[in-house]
Write a protein that binds this ligand. Structure first.
Ligand SMILES: Cc1cc2nc3c(=O)[nH]c(=O)nc-3n(C[C@H](O)[C@H](O)[C@H](O)COP(=O)(O)O)c2cc1C
Length: 298
């Protein structure tokens, strides 16, 4: 059975943070969703210490084989999430991973302490694509910032800490190594690649924020290369993601050493993508096995 940091999973396919609203999906599909949930674990949208309204519209722009989003992490904040969303997410029939982000170590620590105390939470994902307000550096672009953050957070919980790496840096493998030195239990990659677009009608930036993050099939070769370089550098289990839309895509990530895969943008097109990809993956792995020579000629 697939597993991630000791958490048993029915399949190796989970969701990518921020791309599947399980609470809205349950409202739309009813309790039938619980009987046939598309993912083997659920990763929450990233929560921040205080509520955030998110970025001004337009927030999504379609590109060839992908999309750019500048959602800007709208969320209810730590306390709103714990009071309102966590009890509902805990009703899902799969382990719950909560994604958190903050701009100071103290705020990160507060989030970890409050979230880790809840029995319903199986693991915590640290979204480190954010500035440290004290140093001004983007934590996830910097190995020593990442290591120092983990040094501060690691003693706060025994729950698995998964570090979500940003691809917007020259050497993500060094950042992964920093996370490993600081005591992370796993890394996940890739987050979105910085991108922008111009509205052809107005000639102005298409996104309200001016730029956003590219995801979808267009980023898959980048994700695979970053996975390969991170795999070569650290021993930690890896959650691989970036442009997975079929079982064959998922098999590429597993072939490069990902322990599990996550599906993001594809869920916007097909809300059942997680289950479909898990089924396709099973048959693609089976057909690989049956392609092996049956006779041992030695
Ligand atoms: C609309 C949207 C919202 C996202 N929100 C988050 C988020 O809240 N936290 C996070 O760590 N990643 C977020 N991501 C990044 C995804 O989790 C994933 O890393 C990325 O999209 C690459 O996977 P994909 O190509 O399968 O979508 C978001 C991506 C999209 C498209």
């Amino acid at each position: 059975m697939p597993e991630l940091c000791g958490i048993e999973l029915a399949t190796p396919v989970i969701n990518a943070s921020g791309t599947y609203d399980a609470i809205a999906a349950r409202q739309a599909f009813g309790d039938a969703l619980l009987e046939d949930f598309p993912f083997a674990a659920f990763v929450s949208k990233t929560i921040t210490p205080e509520p955030r309204a998110g970025n001004p519209p337009r927030r999504i722009w379609e590109t060839p084989a992908g999309m750019i989003n500048s959602i800007g992490l709208p969320n209810k904040g730590l306390e709103g999430f714990l009071a309102e969303d966590l009890p509902r997410l805990a009703e899902l029939p799969v382990p719950l991973i909560v994604s958190v982000m903050a701009t100071t170590r103290e705020d990160f620590a507060r989030c970890i302490e409050r979230v880790a105390r809840r029995r319903e939470v199986a693991a915590i994902e640290l979204n480190i694509s954010c500035p440290n307000v004290h140093s001004g550096l983007i934590v996830g672009e910097n190995p020593s910032e990442t290591e120092a953050l983990l040094d501060a957070l690691r003693p706060l919980t025994e729950k698995p800490l998964i570090v979500k790496l940003t691809p917007n840096t020259a050497d993500p493998a060094s950042v992964a190594a920093g996370a490993e030195r600081g005591g992370a239990d796993a890394v996940s990659l890739i987050n979105t690649l910085k991108g922008t677009a111009i509205d052809p009608v107005t000639g102005a930036p298409a996104l309200g924020n001016g730029y956003g993050g590219l995801s979808g099939p267009a980023v898959r070769p980048v994700a695979l290369e970053q996975l390969r370089s991170v795999r070569a550098r650290v021993e930690l289990p890896i959650v691989g993601m970036g442009g997975i839309s079929s079982g064959a895509d998922a098999a590429e990530f597993l072939a490069l050493g990902a322990a599990v895969v996550a599906v993001g943008t594809e869920s916007f097109r097909d809300p059942r993508a997680g289950s479909r990809i898990a089924t396709e993956l099973e048959s693609s792995l089976l057909s690989e096995r049956s392609a092996e020579p049956v006779l041992d000629l030695d």
